[in-house]
Design a protein. Structure first.
Length: 241
């Protein structure tokens, strides 16, 4: 089957995101596994704030850490994020393992959404949960707490590679522009350089899996239905440059 090439330009970018949103993280995970990239899923504790949330887009990387009087945050660092956001980006926040307060609150999310942010992935807590759900912006975090971040945690830089805990136990490295996809099953990171290839492979795999499921529903034995289809033959092994 011929592959569909992603169109370039602004409209092509929107088309790519729409296609990404139509595929599940399960399918992307299968593709990346077969390619040899088996550490691309973020830890299972990072969950959608509400069921049914789906996010897809290029990563806007943010790093933060715990602060106190002896270790203050760089002046204006949190506000610099707002001013550098690009429409359609997914803000991904590495918290440094901070868990004693929220790292993101309602006003932050209002500002991010106003600047075109497509969603947030936070390896830590958020607050103002009801307000965030009302904004209908996909948000993935480990938990919700009323405790504010002021004096406890702050953004320190953005636009740099970050690492978040992965489901395999190892850290998942995320570079600015890598593709983030999240749904009810979790959050996956697709390296930017192979995002179009991974998407095309996932679309093919989804069609093959639909055929297998149809055969099973039609009464075919599951082992026989799977044997009939080469589900992964179209996926190449990834060799980093």
């Amino acid at each position: 089957m011929a592959k569909t090439k992603a169109r370039s330009g602004r409209d092509g970018g929107h088309s790519l995101i729409r296609r990404l949103r139509r595929q599940s993280t399960d399918t992307f995970s299968d593709v990346l596994d077969v390619m040899g990239l088996q550490n691309q899923v973020l830890r299972a504790a990072i969950r959608p704030l509400a069921p049914g949330m789906v996010v897809a887009g290029p990563a806007f990387c943010v790093r933060g850490r715990a602060i106190d009087a002896a270790h203050p945050a760089p002046p204006s660092a949190p506000y610099d994020v707002d001013r550098h956001l690009t429409p359609g980006c997914v803000v991904v926040v590495a918290t440094g393992g901070h868990a004693t307060s929220a790292c993101i609150g309602g006003n932050v999310v209002v500002s991010y959404k106003a600047r075109g942010c497509a969603g947030l992935v936070v390896d830590g807590a958020v607050r103002d949960g009801a307000e965030m759900r009302a904004l209908r912006l996909p948000i993935f975090s480990t938990h919700v707490t009323p405790r504010r971040p002021a004096g406890r945690w702050s953004v320190v830089e953005h636009g740099v590679p970050i690492s978040l805990p992965g489901q395999s136990g190892a850290e998942v490295v995320i570079h600015p522009g890598d593709v983030i996809v999240g749904d009810d099953d979790g959050v996956i990171v697709i390296p930017r350089a192979i995002a179009a290839e991974v998407l095309e492979a996932a679309e093919t795999l989804a069609r093959l899996d639909a055929k297998v499921a149809a055969d099973i529903r039609g009464g075919r034995d599951r082992e026989e239905a799977l044997r009939k289809v080469d589900r992964f033959g179209h996926i190449r092994k990834y060799v980093p440059r």
